[in-house]
Write a protein that binds this ligand. Structure first.
Ligand code: HEM
Length: 393
């Protein structure tokens, strides 16, 4: 029996389900990787790579660098387009409660997208998915042509227009279509889920983009130590903001889905989530090592004129680390695909009840995360500015 058959047997044999059917976790996993490419890569270009090229690269190098990123953006959008077709069928299968094979038909998907509104709802259940599909087509139509040769400056303008549309592709799914969805607790929940998805997409998409870019480094030659040092420094700030958003929203999602600490061990949902949190902790460990050890070392190497060592560190060492991080990011998303139901439901526990103390704990956690990251940033810049005879220590 293959691993997929075992998973499917588990999915169908138990109630409540502990593992989703293969089509569900595969489409969910692929969708979130695609979303990371669609949202994360353009945003990382606009906030990290483009400013670094503008600040440090000469005209020809900047042109080659932009083209390299545009190509990654275009290919990422193409990948998203492919997986999104299967995600639409998945939404139709779940919405219409039919087999996935049956939902793999444009007619069935259209029937789902244009369903009439149910009792009390303003729009049909497929309406937000229809709006999402329109936005997805717009973003893909703008970005895919970048995979081919287009003028670098014109390409940047396209990315600026497409990036907010790409973010809206996920945000639109949380637009309330029933009066109940307007309750404050529900709105806060939707906001935090979107914060989680956008934060995760920026971080994982950024890691994938930079891992790909370090492998196409022949495009950014010679002027590249300064360019790469700035890229790593800017990305570490963006990654820290994303991790902050993920930790705060992830803590809330965890509280919503897991009712007690022991459910991390006693329920399938809790066990999978525990693995996910461990993987994220490893990612954060890598990020902290980059920010507190490698990037300060890189800055000191540049300052002391040891360009060959700086080049080795910024493209070889950091390139390999970012590749390992992007693989872990993709595994984190695999676990997201495998999560179904909640630990509370699997443990027959009660539903999460939001009260003032939950908002209080949330605010305290937010302040703690911001304070921790502010201290980390100060320590990193102190380490970078530290005068040292041997820049490699
Ligand atoms: C690299 C970091 C992370 C990424 C890329 C990521 C990504 C995601 C995504 C895409 C979802 C699905 C959201 C949805 O469709 O509703 C999700 C759900 C979730 N995440 Fe994360 N996450 C990350 C870190 C974390 C952390 C640190 C925690 C806990 C502190 C966490 C806890 C959760 C929980 C409990 C869910 C809900 C699962 C469910 O209801 O199906 N995540 N995550």
């Amino acid at each position: 029996m293959s691993a997929l058959h075992v998973l499917d047997a588990l999915a169908s044999a138990q109630a409540p389900p502990t593992i989703p059917p293969t089509w569900r976790w595969l489409t969910k996993w692929a969708y979130f990787i695609g979303l990371a490419a669609l949202i994360g890569v353009p945003l990382v270009h606009l906030t990290v790579v483009r400013p670094a090229l503008r600040a440090h690269a000469d005209g020809a190098t900047a042109e080659r660098g932009r083209r390299a990123v545009h190509r990654i953006i275009g290919l990422g959008a193409l990948g998203f387009a492919v997986v999104y077709v299967f995600q639409l069928a998945s939404a139709a299968a779940r919405g219409l409660e039919i087999d996935y094979a049956e939902a793999l038909s444009p007619v069935v998907v259209w029937r789902y997208l244009t369903q009439p509104a149910g009792d009390g709802a303003w729009l049909g259940a497929g309406a937000t998915t229809l709006a999402q599909a329109v936005l997805a087509v717009a973003a893909v139509a703008l970005l895919v042509p970048l995979a081919r040769r287009v003028p670098a400056r014109g390409g940047d303008r396209v990315v600026m227009v497409a990036a907010p549309i790409a973010v809206a592709v996920t945000l639109v799914k949380s637009v309330p279509v029933t009066p109940e969805a307007l309750a404050a607790e529900e709105l806060v929940g939707r906001l935090l889920v979107q914060l989680h998805i956008v934060g995760g997409s920026v971080w994982v998409g950024g890691l994938i983009a930079l891992a790909a870019l370090t492998r196409s480094r022949r495009h950014i030659r010679d002027a590249d130590v300064d360019v790469w040092a700035t890229i790593w420094q800017r990305f570490s700030v963006l990654a820290m903001a994303s991790v902050g958003a993920l930790l705060v929203s992830g803590a809330w999602l965890t509280w919503r889905e897991v009712g007690a600490i022991e459910q991390f061990v006693t329920t399938p949902f809790g066990r999978l989530l525990a693995i996910k949190i461990i993987l994220v902790a490893v990612l954060i460990g890598f990020g902290a090592f980059n920010q507190l050890v490698l990037i300060p070392r890189l800055v000191r190497l540049r300052r002391s004129g040891q360009m060959e060592s700086a080049r080795h560190l910024s493209m070889g060492h950091l390139g390999r680390i970012v590749f390992a991080e992007s693989v872990i990011g993709v595994l984190v998303l695999l676990i997201v695909g495998l999560l179904t139901g909640s630990a509370r439901a699997q443990a027959d526990g009660g539903e999460a009840v939001v009260d003032a103390s939950v908002y209080g704990w949330g605010a305290a956690f937010l302040v703690a995360v911001v304070a921790l990251f502010a201290v980390t940033a100060r320590v990193a810049s102190f380490l970078a500015e530290r005068p040292s005879a041997t820049a490699s220590t």
